[in-house]
Design a protein around this ligand. Structure first.
Ligand SMILES: C[S@@+](CC[C@H](N)C(=O)[O-])C[C@H]1O[C@@H](n2cnc3c(N)ncnc32)[C@H](O)[C@@H]1O
Length: 369
């Protein structure tokens, strides 16, 4: 049967809009036939081809989805909020990344969960209840209550294997959505950074070294448990005074200058013309004022985040992604230095916290700025 111009095309659009994901030509033909009466699959195919690219995207041989644009493409099926130039998505980042277009982001700065358990719903509930689980309170030597830290030393061989697989999967998911030359910077710790580096560089990203956040942490330095007096001159582990951030990059297309011209990536923005960005950044624990604005257990300080985020876009062009946004310290830093950014958070409470905190954190005036 011959249909008036546009009827088949509109029926395909109706079906794919409801379907919300890709479909094969035969699924589309069946659906369109149900909507408007019998249609030959050759006719559906020609409408699809005629409008691709544009209305439809061919995702694999004989499989199509609606071409999404702008905000719809970014948020997909997930909740979206704005905070200045930052966009906040409430989603599991792996589901969300799978829906994003290729070559979409120019840099990634992120602070992922480490034990893979600490931010699971069970352990987040234990953290909020203040007892049990993988979270511990570090010793209080000055009478002040300290924020809980996740315990990385409880990871066994199977946990480490899972951690490796998690970071390999993360690198694989990121690789598609970032442009050639994009910097990927991942917060880590001295016990596990070798796993992150090995897993993420196994999935097509190049390991480019480490950035060091120089900070006095609450990790290590303790005397042997239950034998403090006997071994009062011993620390089982050194008191950690630095935090490694693993630095990776999607391989360049051609030389650095070619990549910079085409993709605006492939280097670091200098703090000043006569000063290169350095791999040691002096920092401090997150100030109490920032924690009051965003009481997330892993909140990173704006002083450090602003220096880091500023540096990852060499030409100050593009958009920074944080797939594990937490309360949004990366996004707040991006706003503060004038960049666009996108953050993804799986936990509903932390997502709400980020919606309320990002603008307030980015508005903070810091010393030495
Ligand atoms: C270490 S925290 C990040 C804290 C952040 N840097 C800040 O300053 O607020 C990791 C965050 O990732 C979130 N998360 C864990 N798994 C996730 C996933 N699959 N997708 C998105 N977010 C996830 C956790 O709920 C947690 O808030």
């Amino acid at each position: 049967m011959a249909y008036a111009a546009g009827i088949v095309r509109d029926a395909i659009i109706d079906f794919l809009t409801q379907h919300q994901r890709e479909a094969s030509t035969s699924e589309i033909t069946h659906a369109v036939s149900r909507l408007i009466g019998p249609v030959a699959s050759s006719s559906v195919r020609s409408y699809l081809n005629l409008n691709t690219p544009g209305l439809f995207t061919r995702v694999a041989r004989g499989h199509y989805r609606l071409t999404l644009t702008g905000e719809t493409a970014l948020s997909g099926d997930f909740a979206l909020a704005h905070a200045g130039d930052a966009r906040l998505i409430h989603a599991d980042c792996f589901d969300w990344l799978a829906q994003q277009q290729e070559n979409r982001f120019q840099a990634v700065v992120t602070d992922p969960p480490y034990s893979l358990l600490e931010y699971s719903p069970t352990h987040t509930a234990k953290l909020r209840a203040g007892k049990g689980g993988i979270w511990r309170l570090p010793p209080s030597f000055d009478g002040r209550q300290r924020a809980p830290l996740p315990r990385f030393t409880v990871l066994n061989a199977a946990d480490r294997e899972n951690l490796w697989l998690f970071f390999a999967r993360l690198a694989h998911s990121l690789h598609r959505v970032i442009v050639p030359g994009a910097n990927v910077v991942v917060a880590s710790n001295p016990l596990l950074c070798h796993l992150v580096a090995s897993a993420m560089s196994s999935s097509g990203l190049e390991l480019r070294g480490y950035l060091v956040r120089q900070v006095m942490t609450m990790r290590g330095g303790d005397r042997p448990k239950n034998a403090h007096n006997e071994f009062n001159m011993v620390s089982v582990m050194p008191r950690s005074q630095w935090e490694p951030w693993v630095l990776l990059r999607k391989p360049l297309e051609g030389r650095a200058q070619d990549n910079l011209r085409r993709w605006h990536t492939g280097g670091f923005r200098r703090p000043a013309t006569d000063k290169p960005f350095g791999d040691l950044i002096r920092s401090h624990p997150t100030p109490a004022g920032e924690k009051r604005i965003a009481p997330h257990p892993s909140l990173k300080p704006q002083g450090f985040m602003r220096q880091l985020v500023r540096a990852v876009l060499p030409l100050a062009q593009g958009e920074v992604l944080d797939p594990f946004m937490g309360a949004g310290s990366t996004l707040a830093a991006a706003n503060a230095v004038g960049y666009r950014s996108v953050g993804v958070e799986i936990d509903a409470d932390f997502y709400q916290m980020a919606k309320q905190s990002v603008q307030r954190l980015s508005a903070l005036k810091l010393k030495n700025e």
